[in-house]
Design a protein around this ligand. Structure first.
Ligand SMILES: [Zn+2]
Length: 213
């Protein structure tokens, strides 16, 4: 089964690569080998697992795994381990990477191709459609004042870009229900939520198979 997961952002999103770019951008977004920004499936899975743990706790249950608890060790794990896996077992749900939906993806691909023809590779991120640069001044943690002459530049994907991912695997009706509940609970993706980035809505759309459940 393959469930389609639509992610629509209410503001720009920064899902970081962990790298900067040529001294121009302090934090760039994660991109694939062709330069297309994407949301890592592992990151999406982490969000859904955290939401599922929250749902179990709300129901007076005790989800396994950190923080606070060890993983299930028995042959059959808990519902959380069964669906999301643990260091000891593979979970049923396979989270695919999220990519820009069409036609946004096509527009971004075309513009990257055009920008790729330019010689200055360092300037490429600055010319890509669907991404923006946000600058803030770096704040000193100790003195709460802007440090002079340090502009901190973060690359973000614009809110107008809708993303699509998928959740595959041998999922049963109760798993689909749990994933749907998690999607309803989730409101963010990516870093810098405190700075107003990455608010979003997750929607698990009915795949043809899911309609029979
Ligand atoms: Zn468990």
């Amino acid at each position: 089964m393959e469930l389609k997961l639509a992610i629509e952002f209410e503001n720009a999103v920064h899902h970081g690569s962990g790298y900067g770019a040529a001294g121009i951008i302090d934090r760039t977004v994660l991109r694939d080998s062709r330069g297309m920004p994407y949301l890592a499936g592992s990151g999406l899975k982490g969000k859904f697992r955290a939401a599922a743990a929250q749902l179990i706790r709300a129901d007076k249950g005790k989800p396994c795994g950190p923080p606070g608890k060890g993983w299930c060790k028995g042959k059959t794990g808990c519902a959380l381990c069964e669906l999301f896996g643990s260091p000891m077992r593979q979970g049923l749900a396979i989270f695919r990477d999220g990519y820009p939906a069409e036609p946004e993806r096509q527009v971004m691909r075309e513009q990257m191709r055009a920008a790729g023809a330019k010689e200055d590779a360092a300037a490429r991120p600055l010319q890509a459609a669907g991404v923006e640069l946000r600058s803030t001044t770096a704040m000193s943690r100790y003195w709460k004042r802007a440090e002079s002459e340090h502009l901190f530049v973060t690359e973000v994907v614009s809110r107008v870009v809708r993303f699509e991912a998928a959740i595959g695997g041998d999922l049963r009706p109760e798993h689909v229900r749990m994933l749907r509940d998690c999607g309803t609970l989730l409101t963010h993706f990516g870093g810098s939520g405190a700075r107003g980035l990455g608010s979003c809505v997750y929607r698990i759309e009915d795949a043809a198979e899911a309609q029979h459940l």
